[in-house]
Ligand binder design. Structure first.
Ligand SMILES: Cc1ncc(COP(=O)(O)O)c(C=O)c1O
Length: 369
């Protein structure tokens, strides 16, 4: 008789549902016998610009080092980040994507009997990382689709060790301003680590969103996590980072894999940080694409949640699953968000002008059927 290997897994893991990523282009092409070149993917909040030539040069230069382990401390990238943000190098933790940072926090600070607080409709990895280590996830009801920071502060108890807040949030795109963040941080007890997830901050700076790093000096329990996957366009390479107090960075360093960020990724991220023009172009394409999608939705009589990310959640006021299926049949991949408690919405990543136009055109036809 063979063992029940599911029953042998940790109780939290047994009840986990795996993260569902956006459908890859090749998978849809295989399923529906479509030409991959004709498929538009606006499903994973990726950068539609394609990689920066400077990043590609940096990767090529690094290829001859493939037989070597990367610098396990990521010194060069940490140094650049520390200089860029005027923090100590000992305050920087590198991750295999910022996803890795979220998991390092959960592994280091959560355990059975402890809990993490996050918002309803927030990034799926918060509950997954929490549950995977046997801790309790407390999802606090959202307010106008965004974080209800007062209710989140009120949900904290003596067993809370982590609060995850995303600014802006994915998949809703909602955000909060500096004063709201400051008064929230002032209410969170010192024994609770606040993970301020700023995966999309580069798209939103100057648009009412605070730079979380400004609060580090006042709140030693704050950790700001960011990524190279979005505005810097390095999603495939998996590089993210956290900036926190040196003590928290030291704790995360104890549980991280020795070589959690690979050599090509380290070289690419260094080059990406210096490539100011690419960042400006990313922001410009995103701002224009947001206006394009919003005006398209307005023409179609659809409602949406105003967003400060590189994506927008559009409301069909009815089950969005058949609309998603119809879009897929036409070679357009967006993201269903029923799993986030938003069954009438689809989340659409901002693409190039042509991709957005194609999506809007197909959507118009689908809605007219
Ligand atoms: C809010 C948020 N945080 C973190 C991540 C993780 O991104 P990555 O691991 O690519 O840095 C994502 C990715 O979509 C996200 O939306």
């Amino acid at each position: 008789m063979s063992c029940d290997y599911l029953a042998l897994a940790q109780p939290g893991v047994q009840k986990l549902s795996p993260y569902v990523p956006g459908k890859p282009v090749d998978e849809l092409a295989r399923e529906l016998n479509l030409d991959p070149a004709g498929i538009v993917k606006l499903a994973s909040n990726e950068n539609p610009l394609g990689p920066s030539p400077k990043v590609l040069d940096a990767i090529r230069a690094e290829l001859s080092e493939l037989t070597r382990y990367p610098d396990g401390n990521g010194f060069a990238l940490k140094k650049r980040l520390a200089e860029r943000y005027s923090v100590g190098i000992g305050q920087v933790t590198l991750g295999n994507g910022s996803n890795d940072i979220l998991e390092l926090v959960a592994r280091a600070y959560l355990a059975p009997g402890l809990n993490a607080v996050f918002s309803e409709h927030a990034f799926a990895v918060y509950p997954i990382a929490t549950q995977a280590v046997g801790a309790e996830g407390r999802a606090v009801a959202a307010k106008n689709w965004g974080h209800d920071l007062d209710a989140m502060a009120a949900a904290i108890d003596e067993n809370t060790r982590v609060v995850f807040v995303a600014n802006p949030n994915n998949p809703t795109g909602t955000w909060f301003e500096a004063a709201a963040l400051d008064s929230f941080l002032a209410r969170v007890p010192e024994h609770v680590l606040v993970v301020l997830d700023e995966a999309y901050i580069e798209y939103a700076e100057g648009q009412e969103l605070p730079d979380g790093l400004r609060f580090l000096a006042d709140y030693p329990n704050l950790l700001v996590s960011r990524t190279f996957s979005k505005a810097y366009g390095l999603a495939a390479l998996r590089v993210g980072y956290a900036i926190s107090s040196p003590v928290i960075a030291d704790v995360l360093n104890r549980v991280r894999q020795p070589f959690n960020v690979n050599g090509l990724a380290l070289a690419a991220a260094c080059a990406a940080l210096d490539d100011v023009d690419y960042l400006i172009a990313s922001r410009k394409v995103n701002d224009a694409g947001m206006v394009q999608l919003e005006s398209g939705f307005r023409r179609l009589g659809l409602d949406w949640i105003p967003s400060r990310g590189n994506f927008i959640a559009v409301d069909f006021a009815r089950d969005a699953a058949p609309i998603n299926q119809a879009l897929l049949r036409e070679g357009v991949i967006v993201r269903p968000v029923a799993g986030y408690g938003m069954p009438t919405f689809l989340r659409v990543s901002i693409g190039t002008e042509q991709e957005n136009a194609r999506f809007l055109d197909v959507l118009r036809q689908v809605l007219a059927q």
